[in-house]
Design a protein around this ligand. Structure first.
Ligand SMILES: Nc1ncnc2c1ncn2[C@@H]1O[C@H](COP(=O)(O)OP(=O)(O)O)[C@@H](O)[C@H]1O
Ligand SMILES: [Mg+2]
Length: 482
């Protein structure tokens, strides 16, 4: 499909040309043209008011990179696309906030661990959670780190509020007692203190960015406030992040989202994020332009096993497209060696028949992708690791990417691996996670990966195979055994 001649549907066009004042929420299944609409809307806004500033925000670096690349290809004016964190940090640098270094990832965990140890010592108890199955340090830290992200993401800023909140996004079977919550909050307070005062950290937790932006909104110079902000894959953001973006956008906010692809733990409603989307300010797109009927059938059927999501009021079933293609293939391999061999053969076949096509190989871990890269490299097949800001995503060739980062992208041919027991769904289930919602998010990862495919889809499962394979309807795939 040549993008430049792409004929938008009436509903898509309506979204593009919607009133450039206020909020617009565009929800739609994978491939329904959400990103396409955002780019066209950016172009429309620019043409309508050439002086207006426009910014696209996403949650992941890969996606903002992809949006920039697409825009370079399609739009006449280049488009600014950033992640929420990149953007937020730059805003704060312009205010009088003392430290603007972002504390993320391992450093953040280290500071939380430090805080936990101090609290333990001061209170003379061992911060433990009796109902967590494994009392390993790591599991406890992951749990604390996740809980702190959740607390901050929801804008909870007092102990009373946290103690009083009914269900902190956790399942019923994980009983975080009042006493546990007191401990968690002690650790959170100590952690916040370290962020401000300790020479090693002195920075801001990535999860505090949103709250600080909202607080400092009056200090943010006008020139840094875009007239129009467009968000892609907004379901990945936290409530507070959406609120922060909303507080900065001067004229309009356009939000593209699909809760069916919500692979992070988020529990917001649009309303709670301060976004007003009543009447025609909320659009739902149910037609996909990306994948073939055969791919959509398999993906839809797989999604229908997600009890957790199909009860959500935002649940939408994709219409089956008219475009017909090959039936997806499931290959069950005895061992990793035959899996690698099959992937290699498959890549070779596609490359010889369709040298201009893109091939996306999607896996759960970077380790798996590194292995595949080695094998393809050895055969002289050029491959690109798609990570953060790097990699040309649109050009023909083989791209290696994780399930998480594949969101928002598309490839002519998709090969999915790591469909093994323990890898996807990941097990053991992380501490403090409720099984149903965790499995639901793991399932969405596979759904996201499957729906990246435009023309063909190959799923490779090596013994012991993932339990998700049982949820693929044999009527919708052809089986191979290697
Ligand atoms: N009206 C349309 N006609 C033909 N192709 C379309 C149309 N809208 C979108 N597409 C194509 O469908 C694919 C998916 O669009 P995209 O915007 O990435 O969907 P989403 O962001 O909703 O997943 C892209 O290749 C895009 O060019
Ligand atoms: Mg998209």
């Amino acid at each position: 499909m040549n993008h430049n001649t792409l004929e938008l549907t009436n509903q898509q066009r309506q979204c593009v040309k919607f009133d450039p004042v206020g909020d617009l929420l565009i929800q739609g299944i994978p491939g329904s043209g959400k990103s396409t609409i955002l780019l066209a809307r950016a172009q429309f806004l620019k043409e309508k008011s050439p002086k207006d500033s426009i910014l696209v925000l996403t949650y992941s670096r890969v996606l903002s990179n992809y949006v920039r690349q697409l825009s370079d290809k399609l739009n006449t004016t280049p488009l600014d696309a950033k992640t929420f964190h990149q953007w937020g940090q730059q805003l704060l640098e312009e205010t009088d906030y003392p430290h603007t270094r972002l504390i993320l990832g391992d450093q953040r965990k280290e500071a939380i661990k430090f805080a936990k140890n101090i609290v333990n010592k001061e209170k003379n108890y061992n911060a433990s959670f009796p109902n967590l199955k494994k009392e390993s340090q790591r599991a406890l830290l992951d749990f604390l780190s996740d809980e702190i992200e959740w607390i901050k993401g929801h804008g909870i800023t007092s102990r009373e509020e946290y103690l009083g909140i009914k269900r902190a996004g956790r399942g019923q079977d994980v009983k975080v007692t009042k006493e546990n919550r007191e401990t968690i909050y002690d650790i959170l307070e100590k952690y916040n203190e370290l962020l401000i005062n300790h020479y090693k950290y002195q920075g801001i937790d990535g999860d505090d960015l949103a709250r600080i932006i909202i607080q400092k909104v009056n200090k943010i110079p006008d020139r840094l406030r875009p007239d129009h902000i467009l968000i892609d894959e907004a379901q990945d953001l936290h409530t507070m992040q959406l609120k922060a973006i909303k507080s900065i956008a001067k004229k309009s906010l356009t939000i593209a989202a699909d809760k069916g692809q919500q692979i992070f733990r988020r529990t917001f409603t649009w309303k709670s994020a301060g976004i007003t989307v009543i009447g025609n300010r909320s659009q739902l797109l149910k037609q996909t332009f990306r994948s073939t009927k055969q791919i959509v059938r398999l993906a839809n059927d797989f999604q229908s096993h997600d009890k957790h999501y199909i009860e959500d009021k935002d649940f939408t079933v994709a219409n089956e497209p008219d475009v017909i293609g090959k039936v997806p293939e499931l290959c069950i391999c005895n061992d990793l060696q035959s899996e690698q061999k099959h992937i290699l053969e498959h890549v070779k076949t596609i490359r010889s028949s369709y040298p201009e096509d893109t091939i996306g190989i999607i896996a759960q871990s970077h380790d798996s992708l590194d292995k595949i890269k080695e094998i393809l490299d050895a055969k002289g097949i050029p491959v690109y690791r798609v990570k953060e800001d790097k990699a040309d995503i649109l050009s023909p060739g083989v791209k290696l990417i994780t399930f998480q980062s594949s969101k928002g992208l598309e490839f002519d041919h998709v090969i999915i691996t790591d469909l093994r027991k323990g890898k996807l769904p990941f097990s053991p289930i992380p501490e403090g996670e409720e099984e149903e919602s965790f499995i639901s998010r793991e399932r969405k990862k596979l759904y996201v990966a499957m729906t990246r495919a435009k023309k063909t889809l190959l799923l490779v499962a090596t013994k012991k195979i993932s339990s998700f394979i049982d949820d693929l309807n044999p009527r919708y795939y052809s089986l191979k055994k290697k």
